[in-house]
Design a protein around this ligand. Sequence first.
Ligand SMILES: C[S@@+](CC[C@H](N)C(=O)[O-])C[C@H]1O[C@@H](n2cnc3c(N)ncnc32)[C@H](O)[C@@H]1O
Length: 392
Amino acid sequence: MPEDLNDDGLKHRFSMSPEESARILSEHEDAARRFRTAMSPEDRERLPYYRHLVDALSVSDTALDLLLSVRREQQNPMLLLAALHYTALLGNPTLGPLYANAASGTGTPPQDFATAVVSFLEQSPDVIQRQLHRSTQTNEVGRSGIVIAVLRELRRRGVEKINLVDVGMSAGLNLYPDHYRVVQKDDGSVDALICEDLTAFNVEGPLPLIEQRIGIDPSPLDVAVDDDALWLRACLWPEDTRRTRRLQALIPEVRNWERILRLRGTALEMIDEAIVEAGNGAPTLVFHSWVAAYFSLEEQQAWRARMLKITRSKPVYWFYLEWPQAIPGLQPPPASTTSPQLGGSQIVLTSPGGEPQPWGWCHAHGHWLSFEPVSDKATPLALSLGIEDATD
Ligand SMILES: C[S@@+](CC[C@H](N)C(=O)[O-])C[C@H]1O[C@@H](n2cnc3c(N)ncnc32)[C@H](O)[C@@H]1O
């Protein structure tokens, strides 16, 4: 008899109808698979503490039940990892020292770390459950390297002023592309964004002047609020110390930068208001990065239709970087090249009056860029707006 028949949850399952039992087993198998595949092969290699942790969580019925208890669109292993990390950062006497070990790579070895964390979770699931109303909100400022490349190209095409609307903004760190320095290789400075340009495309040059910064999110974060800043940090992985140091260095600076207009709600609920707020005559760039995967298929389809309607009638550009497999409803256009590395995010830009165009690939966190902007055909809308982009 398998050892896990002693497990209460499993015994309960065997007292259910065969159909109910099969349904729960298949949900658990799916949740376990999500833990096992939560990290890319390169991250598994790089981050042994989290690798052991996701593997240990994938065989814990408590972890699987917790994940399945979350509202469907947030049933992402990253939420559980962030909730555990957040509890550690709050100073939990068991998790605090374990996570400090993981961050420094000293003390408890990775496998023992994972066993101890899962044992805590199994003894005190309610402590973690309390944080599961939150959302996965990793705000990856490295993606600004890609926003900067797109903005430089728009400037080269004659766009001198622009409004930015970041859909799924998290804390809005990607609304400050004009504040960041991008380097091709790590120069050791904590705040530079490393974005290697694999296509040697000339991305140097000025950006358009940014007029307005608007963010949309169902639960927008504000780095000026200490608890929001802590949750942002918890969404990072403790072993990824460079990202943590960069975030910690950024937070006090961002508190003094230009104000963001935060619109609370979903993309579909708030986009019209955002466009009205940006209505100062300058074109607007609506963008989203690693957000549309959180939409249902129907929301993705509705979002595409809404954005095409907007770009066909207003001076609005729409750009996204998303993992194409996760956004079938956006119908990303076929790329002219394959991603130069596994798991690339596709860059797609729609100009006013134009069709969605594949503009290349990038690393999910913006570490590299393979940029191939395509010229749109001239459209009456773009020409009447004096936007050169469409005439190249
Ligand atoms: C993984 S984070 C990415 C944050 C940011 N775009 C970045 O690249 O750093 C996903 C964000 O999308 C937001 N989100 C989820 N569903 C959304 C929706 N329907 N409309 C707008 N934002 C949404 C979440 O609250 C979260 O802040």
